[in-house]
Write a protein that binds this ligand. Structure first.
Ligand code: SF4
Length: 339
């Protein structure tokens, strides 16, 4: 677990809650074997320790427990309107894992979940069956790392390896794995697969410093992207969500220039650009959880979605797009809201 030691709180995963019904599940045993010193507590249902009004997301986030559970419904969801589909039809996402090892101050998970604990659904085969069913009807674009950072969790779950093997021979399936992790070592031994794309959010160093706790630093992320390309994987560079700051042009201009410094365009499947946006409801909860310049910003409410406002959004996106176009063709650039 070296990647966890690098920048971790020592008290992560000292407790593992397991739904009684899955105690003998293969993946459940694989995961618990990795934490020989953890206290195991058997529970009836994951919601007993994940849901409920008295939970405190911020407090639990400081020393999260793992919850191993069985997913029983909603195996795949239709993509939400605040998410990019990158021109793909039939855009879905799935939550194999709920909650994230990292702790970004702008993360919508703070508004979505009451608990800071991390739920891992171990019954992969049921999720695969739901994807099989969808694939019988049409092609599928599936995001598997939305409500978590799956690469950061790979040493614990081995889920990426299983998703890759599942997807390898399915021509009408494309999978996106979004990440801010540098845990590239965990995928070094997996043979690259053409229908998987790793999408790295490349936040500028000052944004990482201020708002993203425990994530990989900018240079480390850049190295991870480069390594991923060398291993033969498709990558997407994401300047999304861009967080407003006074020196926006300087900060993001530098990040974009450095991102393309030693990553050859030919390896890049696409570039995603978008400003921070979030549902009004989530932000209301986030403000109670955490007082931060990102939660206290005077956002504009556009049809229930908080954003910086049309003028600022356009200025930020326009600037980023022009900068990115210095390095890559327009056809590979996806701007949120332009599709
Ligand atoms: S890496 Fe993504 S999912 Fe994880 S805390 Fe940050 S914004 Fe949330």
């Amino acid at each position: 677990m070296t990647y966890l030691k690098e920048k971790s709180y020592n008290n992560f995963f000292s407790h593992i809650y397991i739904e009684k019904g899955i105690a003998d599940n293969r993946k459940c045993r694989e995961i618990t074997d990795k934490f020989p010193n953890a206290r195991i507590i058997y529970i009836g249902h994951y919601k007993d320790v994940f849901c409920g009004g008295n939970r405190n997301f911020a407090k639990e986030k400081k020393s999260p427990s793992l919850i191993l559970a069985k997913k029983t419904d909603n195996f795949i969801y239709k993509g939400a309107k605040v998410c990019q589909d990158f021109g793909n039809d039939n855009f879905y996402y799935t939550s194999n894992i709920m909650n994230c090892y990292f702790d970004c101050e702008y993360c919508y998970l703070q508004g979505m979940y009451r608990s800071g604990n991390i739920v891992i659904f171990v019954n992969m085969e049921d999720i695969f069956s739901a994807v099989d069913e969808a694939l019988e009807k049409h092609s599928v674009y599936l995001c598997i790392s939305y409500d978590t950072d799956m690469l950061a969790m790979e040493n614990i779950t081995g889920f990426i390896k299983e998703w890759v093997e599942y997807a390898r021979d399915k021509e009408n399936l494309k999978i996106e794995i979004r990440t801010k992790s540098c845990n590239i070592k965990s995928i070094e031994n997996i043979k690259a697969c053409g229908n998987i794309v790793f999408a790295w959010t490349l936040s500028p160093e000052s944004i990482i410093e201020k708002y993203e706790h425990l994530t990989g630093r900018f240079d480390k992320r850049r190295e991870a992207v480069k390594k991923c390309c060398e291993l033969g994987w498709k990558v997407r560079l994401c300047f999304d969500p861009m967080i407003y700051c006074k020196e926006f042009e300087k900060v993001y201009g530098e990040a974009i220039r450095r991102a393309f410094e030693d990553i050859d365009e030919k390896y890049i499947d696409g570039v995603s650009i978008g400003v921070f946006r979030i549902s009004k409801e989530y932000m209301k909860i986030m403000k109670k959880q955490r007082k931060s310049t990102v939660t206290l910003f005077p956002y504009k409410n556009v049809n229930g979605v908080y954003c910086y406002g049309e003028e600022t959004d356009k200025r930020m996106v326009g600037f980023a797009k022009n900068e990115v176009m210095k390095y890559i063709g327009k056809d590979k650039i996806f701007v949120w809201g332009e599709q």
